[in-house]
Structure formats: C-alpha cells, structure tokens
Design a binder for this molecule. Structure first.
Ligand SMILES: O=C(O)c1cc(=O)[nH]c(=O)n1[C@@H]1O[C@H](COP(=O)(O)O)[C@@H](O)[C@H]1O
Length: 237
C-alpha cells in the first residue's frame, strides 16, 4: 500500500540485534517506510546493518544524536554519511559551530545526506527541562533551538509534533520536521511525554513520523503498520 509518493513513516528499528531487526524488515517493502537505526541496534551490530538495509532499498535514518566538540561531531556525521545513511542527527544544544561544521563537512565531501538536529527530546516535559537548568517551556526551547538549527544551515529538526504548527509558521517550508512521540489511539504512551497521533502530526505540518514501539512491540506489527497507513491515508488522500 503506497500512501504517498514521499512516504512519511520512519519505523524505529529499536531491536536488540540485527537478526530481530532483519526478521521484521523481511516483511516490508521500501515504498512503505523509511527505517531508523538507533543507538542499541547500531552498537550491537555496527555499520553493516545500515549497509544491509540500504542494499535492500530502504532509506536509513542513522539516529546516533551526536553531541561533542565541532570537529569530533563533524567527523562522526561524515562517518555516518559514508555508511550510506539517508539522514543523520546531532543535538542542537551542541551549538552553532558544531552544527555549521557538520553541515560543511558533509557538503565538502559531496554528501546529500540530510542533517537534522534534535531540539528537546519528546520524552521531556516542563519539569524535566527545568531540572536540566532550562527555565523556558519545551515549546519555547524547541523554537529557540530550531531557529538556531536553521541559521546553522541544517535541513531540519527532530521535535514533537506538538510544536509542528509553531515551527511551520516560523521556518521555511522545506525545513524538515521529523517527529517522534507518535502514538496512534491503540498504543501506549510509555516513556514519551509530548505525544500526538499520526494523522494530527501530518495535519500540523510534520514531514516524517518516527514510530517505534506502537509497531515493533505490537502483537501483530504488520497489522499495526497497516492501521497507521490507513489513518495517514485519511489525511493525505
Ligand atoms: O531522534 C529521535 O529519533 C528521537 C528524538 C526524540 O526527541 N524522541 C524520540 O523518541 N526519538 C526516537 O524516536 C523513537 C521513538 O520510539 P517509540 O517511542 O517507541 O515510538 C525512539 O527510537 C527514539 O530514540
């Protein structure tokens, strides 16, 4: 089922090892979604998992959320792009020089890999943010970091879809909004705080929906994906 020429779903392959991840991927076609390889799977299986998924025709978001001094981060971003990742990310709170240097390094090496920055993690609420010494609300902090990300020349941000309307109004249309914390009505909230349904996230301006446990931990993951595709089709036509 193809829901859109540019399918918005990114399935988070938060599996413990490559075997489990590949078992799941065997049931998919690249036209249905992008795949996200995160810290656990990457740390256990290494860059070969990105290469394997890319060879199968999937676009891979390598979600390692780099946050370090500019040179170290830029080299890590370059290494991620060299693995064949379609999208990679850094933490926006690493600062403007770190983001600018990472974007420049990709350009200088001829990569068209999308580089995006995490603003405020979707698992955080006002209280958790204050505990880290930031007195702004999550929405204010997301706005601030998204503007910094755009000024640094990156392609977009990771944020909650709760912030999508605000960011869409303030930032260029081609600035990508990648939104985790997606929870269809049938799924549990888990450790996520700033959650939104798939349909609302798209209506509010998200470009990509990152969805993990509502699919991967469902009793029938393929059925969960179909339900999400059907919900998306109602707003995308
Ligand atoms: O960068 C991310 O992908 C990310 C950023 C963020 O703020 N929140 C967030 O949940 N994520 C990732 O998105 C996925 C969400 O998974 P579920 O909560 O299981 O749907 C996980 O793999 C997280 O690592």
């Amino acid at each position: 089922m193809s829901v859109h020429p540019e399918n918005p779903i990114i399935v988070a392959l938060d599996y413990a090892d490559a075997r489990q991840a590949l078992e799941f991927v065997e049931q998919l076609e690249p036209g249905r979604c992008q795949l996200k390889v995160g810290k656990e799977l990457f740390t256990r299986s290494g860059p070969s998992i990105v290469e394997m998924l890319t060879k199968k025709g999937f676009r891979v978001f390598l979600d390692l959320k780099f946050h370090d001094i500019p040179n170290t981060t830029a080299q890590a971003v370059l290494a991620a792009a060299d693995c064949g990742a379609w999208m990679v990310n850094v933490h926006a709170c690493g600062g403007r020089p770190m983001m600018e240097e990472s974007a420049r390094r990709l350009r200088d090496h001829g990569h068209d890999t999308l580089l995006i920055a995490v603003t405020v993690l979707t698992s955080m609420d006002d209280i958790q943010l204050r505990q880290t010494g930031i007195n702004a609300s999550p929405a204010e902090q997301v706005m601030h970091l998204a503007a910094l990300t755009e000024q640094s020349g990156l392609d977009g941000v990771v944020c909650s879809a709760q912030e999508a309307v605000m960011l869409r109004e303030a930032l260029p249309l081609d600035f990508k909004l990648v939104t985790p914390g997606i929870r269809p009505s049938f799924a549990e909230k888990g450790d996520q705080q700033r959650i939104v349904t798939p349909a609302k996230a798209l209506l509010d301006g998200s470009d990509y929906l990152v969805i993990g446990r509502p699919i991967t931990r469902a009793e029938d993951p393929m059925q969960a994906l179909v339900l999400i595709e059907q919900e998306i089709a109602t707003v995308r036509g």
